[in-house]
Design a protein. Structure first.
Length: 111
């Protein structure tokens, strides 16, 4: 039984150190909270339109995701079956771009 008493002392020591750490975290979050509010003001000034992707783009992605789950979605030239969720989304966005839906441009790969 004596070893349990010593472990209880250790846990109480851990609790007191945790309380000290949490107090320092609170003061750190208060400092960053002021910065966040100023950042929100500048980003809202930049936004002119509400949506990044049009509803039409969302529907084309949804259609491609259903085709992928069904097993009928094929990739471009090779015609292989698509198994990756990300690839299905990319195909849907690509088709939405071709049809003229509002979709942000492709991210360029940096190598």
């Amino acid at each position: 039984m004596p070893p349990r008493k010593s472990s209880a002392k250790k846990s109480s020591a851990k609790k007191s150190s945790a309380k000290k750490g949490s107090a320092s975290k609170k003061s750190a979050t208060k400092k960053t909270a002021g910065k966040k509010s100023s950042a929100k003001k500048s980003s809202s000034a930049k936004k002119s339109s509400g949506r990044k992707y049009s509803p039409k783009a969302g529907k084309s992605v949804e259609r491609e995701m259903k085709a992928m789950k069904k097993g009928t979605l094929k990739s471009g030239r090779s015609g292989k079956k698509v198994t990756s969720r990300k690839q299905a989304i990319a195909i849907g966005l690509s088709e939405a771009r071709k049809s003229g839906a509002k979709v942000p441009g492709k991210k360029s790969s940096k190598s």
